[in-house]
Design a protein around this ligand. Structure first.
Ligand SMILES: [Zn+2]
Length: 317
């Protein structure tokens, strides 16, 4: 099938966030992370400002782009052979757990798009949570069931009927942007929460410094796996309309790794001396000294809300 990409206004494009038609092409590009074949396009809704992929790939096409070495498919912490990686991963998941436990300290928790259970494993270690997961990839869902004994529904969340008023906390770590119908899922999450329940949503931060610097090379776009990128004002409008109040939003995860991805995406398209210069910068970046050198930038972007991932804590009211 040949897909034609537009360079001008697309009147037939439909925005799933506001239901209005009409969008403007932003850019088209390849799968920079996994380097799988295809060219894809982001457009921007003329009404609400949402960025979305158009034309939209059906799930049976899209799932080819979720392979075993995609970021979320990693093994349990105890099976991690490298002590340094184990320490870095635990540091990351502890931040997630502490963020959640500011708002709720125990109860029933659902992690949507749980992958191989990186976050669920951390919450299991606290011993205070009754845990559940939803994950569309069968191998990952089976892994969580067998490795951690946590029940996981193996399905796309859009196709799952969630019970009303059941969960104290529902989390979606870097999942929202992968959903084919994020508005529907936000509404489902709202209804599945108990009164005053908490939803945690981590999304690519359109306002991030990396997006401004790297443009179409910003790793937050992640074509074709990311289907929606919402500016904060549009996301805020959506969650408020659903009935949530915002308890907090903060940048605290993924900053270092995501900046590294953006650098490598830019390098892929450069040639000659520019590519060499960037390649040297990347080698410095991934070295322990580089990590120290870049720490002030990481700290500054996280403190000012300009890092690549923003985490929202929402409360059902
Ligand atoms: Zn819209």
């Amino acid at each position: 099938m040949t897909i034609l990409y537009s360079t001008s206004f697309i009147p037939e494009a439909i925005c799933k966030i506001c239901n209005h038609t009409g969008a403007t092409p932003v850019f088209s590009g390849p799968d920079r992370l996994m380097c799988l074949p295809g060219v894809f396009q982001f457009v921007r809704c003329s009404y609400c400002g949402t960025f979305y992929q158009w034309p939209k790939l059906p799930w049976d096409e899209l799932q080819k782009y979720y392979q075993g070495d995609y970021d979320s498919y990693i093994s349990a912490l105890a099976d991690e052979p490298s002590r340094i990686r184990r320490w870095l991963r635990r540091r990351y998941t502890l931040k997630m757990r502490r963020f959640v436990e500011q708002f709720a300290q125990n109860g029933v928790l659902l992690d949507i798009g749980c992958g191989t259970g990186v976050f669920l494993e951390e919450m299991q270690m606290s011993g205070r949570w009754q845990l559940h997961g939803i994950e569309p990839t069968t191998t990952a869902a089976n892994y969580v069931r067998q490795r951690f004994g946590i029940p996981v529904i193996n399905s796309l969340v859009e196709q799952v009927s969630l019970p009303d008023c059941t969960f104290d906390v529902v989390t979606m770590w870097n999942v929202f942007e992968h959903l084919s119908d994020p508005k529907l899922v936000i509404q489902k999450v709202y209804h599945s929460l108990k009164p005053n329940g908490i939803a945690i949503i981590a999304v690519p931060n359109y306002e991030s410094l990396s997006r401004v610097i790297f443009g179409k090379y910003w790793c937050g776009w992640d074509l074709p796996r990311h289907l929606f990128i919402l500016p904060s004002t549009t996301l805020l409008e959506l969650v408020k309309r659903t009935g949530f109040t915002v308890r907090q939003h903060k940048c605290f995860i993924g900053t270092y790794a995501l900046l590294g991805h953006s650098l490598s995406f830019l390098q892929q398209d450069l040639t000659g001396s520019k590519q060499t210069a960037l390649s040297i910068l990347q080698k410095i970046y991934i070295s322990p000294i580089g990590r120290l050198l870049f720490y002030p930038l990481q700290y500054m972007t996280e403190q000012t809300g300009l890092a690549s991932i923003k985490v929202w804590a929402l409360q059902k009211t």
